[in-house]
Design a protein around this ligand. Structure first.
Ligand code: HAM
Length: 421
């Protein structure tokens, strides 16, 4: 029996190791590429923040804050929380470092791990990955459309097809105040348990998100926000729809969409994939026009999205999308004598310095074993190195795809490798 029990990762975290890490990296880079193509710049933030940031920023009525935060006291007695989402941290940083005093809009992207203590299931993890963007300081419908288009292009770049976009408007402060009055009035006629009533009291919209059948059916009779939009909110939303159509971006309006975070105002959207079962949201976002002021900053508006990298990986797999074929390595060296092992390391380092991707068959392998490793490595070329090759400075280089071999000079291999062999 083994002396020590092997350990396992904590429940519900997502992990990517070879070979599946390849598709994860591919997906993440494509998502980031779409953000960069529209001028968004990297913002790299801490994975933990003062708990107060999320309470104030994300909202105490949300499941994310009330049930799902990883909160602990640090050694200095401060309450710290692992970030459950990215927007609040971006706002904190923009305010703290006065980024909003420069040119507007501030356009940033981020990528990394986020943490929510949810019940794990396929596509829902306690540590998961997002790529997100935020555009801060502009209240034009054009920027809403840019943000949605960046997400859409990201999915298209991955080759995804089986998904759709839902949009809504959650209105401005005035629309919300008018609506809230009627919605609260409606909710007061329902027979709710204390906990639900408390949540509804903080944010009555939350009841649209309730999964229980009796609440769902009661809420189907509730007034909807779209009917309460001020002229300004309504014309902003109309312009967003018009521009999306002009861009050929298909969407449906979902009047009952409630995002899981409290900061949203105005345009909100979700991308839903149809091959993922219950956890179908591959990305979502919207405007958050009061958030910055609420966190102690200027009265600036903002809009952004978060795309779930894990769910995009699952979506690619569900649609049978495979990675574009490309060799992982330029050359795989197979040493077949003790002396040539050292020569292989020297040669590999020299070629890597010249910019080539090179690996070696380590360990005392037979020629057959070494060539098997070369095959597995997905290298474009392989080279067998024995004592004769080292002393004559000549070796056979093999094209792994065609099987053809040709003789090369080892000392000038950095030149020959660049040629089409
Ligand atoms: P969110 O809708 O909570 O928005 O999350 C965005 C995306 O992250 C979801 O659509 C989903 O793909 C992924 N996601 C969320 N929770 C999990 C989980 N437990 N496991 C796997 N994937 C998950 C936000 O986080 C906002 N900060 C987005 C935003 C940016 N709004 C404005 N700016």
């Amino acid at each position: 029996m083994a002396k020590f029990q092997p350990l396992q990762a904590p429940k519900g975290v997502s992990e990517y190791y070879p070979d599946r890490s390849e598709i994860f990296e591919y997906v993440r880079e494509r998502l980031i590429g779409s953000a960069k193509s529209a001028g968004y710049q990297l913002i790299e933030l801490p994975v933990f923040e003062d708990t107060e940031l999320f309470k104030r920023g994300v909202g105490e009525s949300t499941d994310v804050v009330s049930k799902e935060m990883y909160t602990f006291e640090d050694r200095g007695g401060r309450s710290i929380t692992l970030r459950p989402e990215g927007t609040a941290g971006v706002m904190r940083s923009v305010i703290e470092h006065n980024l909003d005093r420069g040119q507007l809009p501030v356009k940033v992207w981020y990528s990394g791990a986020f943490f929510r203590a949810e019940r794990p299931q396929a596509g829902r993890y306690r540590q998961f990955y997002q790529v997100g963007i935020e555009a801060i300081g502009l209240n034009d419908p054009e920027i809403d459309v840019e943000v949605i288009a960046v997400a859409q292009r990201a999915f298209n770049n991955l080759g995804l097809k089986n998904y759709s976009l839902e949009i809504t408007s959650l209105g401005d402060k005035e629309s919300r105040a008018r609506y809230s009055k009627d919605l609260r009035q409606f909710i007061s006629t329902l027979d709710l348990d204390d906990e639900t009533a408390r949540r509804a009291d903080i944010n009555p919209l939350r009841l649209f998100d309730d999964k229980r059948d009796e609440i769902k059916s009661a809420m189907s009779r509730a007034p909807i926000l779209m009917d309460y939009l001020t002229d300004e909110s309504a014309s902003h939303f109309a312009r967003v729809k018009e521009l999306l159509s002009a861009l050929g971006i298909a969407f449906t309006v979902n009047n009952r969409m409630v995002r899981g975070l409290d900061y949203y105002t105005g345009t909100a959207f979700e991308f839903v994939h149809h091959g993922l079962g219950a956890q179908s949201g591959i990305g979502g976002g919207g405007r958050y026009d009061g958030l910055m002021a609420e966190l102690g900053g200027a009265e600036l508006s903002g809009i952004g999205f978060g795309i779930g990298v894990d769910r995009c990986v699952l979506a690619c797999e569900a649609e049978g999308i495979s990675l574009p074929e490309s060799a992982a390595l330029d050359l795989f060296i197979v040493p077949i004598s003790p002396a040539s092992k050292g020569a292989s390391v020297l040669l590999a380092e020299r070629l890597r310095e010249a910019g080539f991707r090179v690996d070696i068959a380590y360990g005392d392998r037979s020629l057959k074993g070494g060539m098997k490793a070369a095959d597995k490595s997905k290298a474009r070329l392989s080279l067998v190195l024995g004592d004769d090759e080292v002393s004559s400075d000549t070796a056979q280089i093999k094209n792994m795809k065609t099987g053809e071999s040709r003789s090369v000079k080892i000392s000038t291999l950095h030149q020959t490798l660049g040629e089409n062999i």
